[in-house]
Design a protein around this ligand. Structure first.
Ligand code: PHE
Length: 345
């Protein structure tokens, strides 16, 4: 009776294989568990006669050994699999990591610029990237066929006769025109946006870039308002540790016009290739809005004055993060972009 059972189970054990940990566990419970077959056979063994005890003792021990060996062998061969199965249920293991995107450095700097001007009471204005000649040039006091138009190598989309020239905007000054045409002073706004110029792509130039321009028009706005606003802006952006200078310049839409330089934030004025060994870097253009521009937009230039300024976000970002190649901004290489990880999700 016992012998029969043992023979039957012996072949079952020998034929047993398991692909998964839970099949092996079922095997263990069936044969080696506290209520398992082997336990049961040992119980039966207690009741047999002395003669049988001698023969069966050995058989039973061999049978038990066989089951244990089979169990251990399969356990070992399942190895990694068993661990993985365990990992599924181990709640103390860390979860799978997931990638959080990061803000583009140009967006980070643009947002910072917007925040600084918002605290001064400026609002954000936007306009189209495809512009007509009037908003990009004529209203801004660029005379027709004037060489100043060549300063900004324009991508023309449609060149017709008269006023219907359509181009990609070369600056966001066009948004200033739209704002003044459609509203009444006072205006206090900044215009962030993408602009386009027909330049060969290199480390220092690109055919598109980003600007933030600004406009302040009210009664009695003076050049000192312009200077103080821009001083405050650069201090907020870069801290106190640099010098500022204004240089006279020319723009058709401002009179007088200036450019603002800051001492190079990278070499602290000592000279490096970022500032072309001059110790200074130009960061924006500015000036008092030309009365012709105000009149072109239907604003009484006897009553109102204003200032305007414009900067390239790329330049500001290069100085902030020491980036020497403009092309990095548009290549979308994640190894570059993920260095600007922020807490903002
Ligand atoms: N529109 C000028 C540019 O793109 C910048 C500027 C804006 C200069 C406003 C003066 C006043 O270069």
């Amino acid at each position: 009776m016992m012998q029969e059972q043992i023979d039957k189970y012996t072949s079952e054990i020998k034929a047993f294989t398991a692909a998964k940990a839970d099949e092996l566990e079922a095997f263990r419970i069936k044969f080696l568990g506290t209520k398992g077959i082997i336990k049961d056979l040992f119980e039966q063994f207690k009741t047999v006669g002395a003669e049988e005890k001698r023969t069966f003792g050995k058989v039973l021990n061999q049978f038990k050994q066989l089951a244990e060996e089979r169990y251990n062998d399969i356990k070992e061969s399942l190895g990694a699999g068993t661990q993985a199965a365990k990992a599924d249920t181990d709640l103390t293991l860390p979860g799978d990591g997931f990638e959080i995107g990061s803000r583009h450095p140009l967006s980070l700097v643009r947002n910072e610029i917007i925040d600084i001007f918002k605290r001064l009471g400026f609002v954000v204005a936007e306009g189209p990237e495809i512009e007509d000649d009037w908003h990009n040039f004529s209203a801004l006091n660029f005379p027709e066929e004037h060489p100043a138009r060549d300063m900004q190598d324009t991508f023309f989309i449609r060149k017709g006769d008269g006023n219907d020239d359509i181009a990609l905007r070369t600056h966001t000054s066009s948004v200033q025109v739209r704002m003044m045409e459609n509203g009444k002073p006072p205006f206090r706004a900044i215009m962030p946006g993408r602009v386009y110029r027909n330049e060969a792509i290199s480390a220092r130039a690109h055919c598109f870039f980003h600007q933030v321009e600004g406009l302040y028009v009210d009664e009695n706005v003076s050049f000192s308002d312009l200077k103080q606003t821009l001083y405050h802006f650069v201090k907020e952006l870069y801290g106190e540790d640099f010098k500022v200078r204004f240089r006279p310049s020319y723009f058709p839409f401002t009179e007088p016009s200036a450019e603002m330089d800051i001492s190079c934030t990278i070499c602290k004025g000592a000279g490096c290739n970022m500032c072309k060994y001059t110790g200074w870097v130009e960061i924006l253009g500015c000036g008092m809005v030309d009365p012709n521009v105000l009149e072109n937009c239907g604003i009484d230039s006897k009553k109102y004055t204003g200032f305007a300024f414009g900067m390239g976000i790329e330049r500001i970002t290069n100085l902030k993060y020491v980036i020497r190649d403009l092309r990095l901004f548009s290549e979308n290489d994640v190894r570059f972009l993920k260095q600007f990880q922020t807490d903002i999700i």
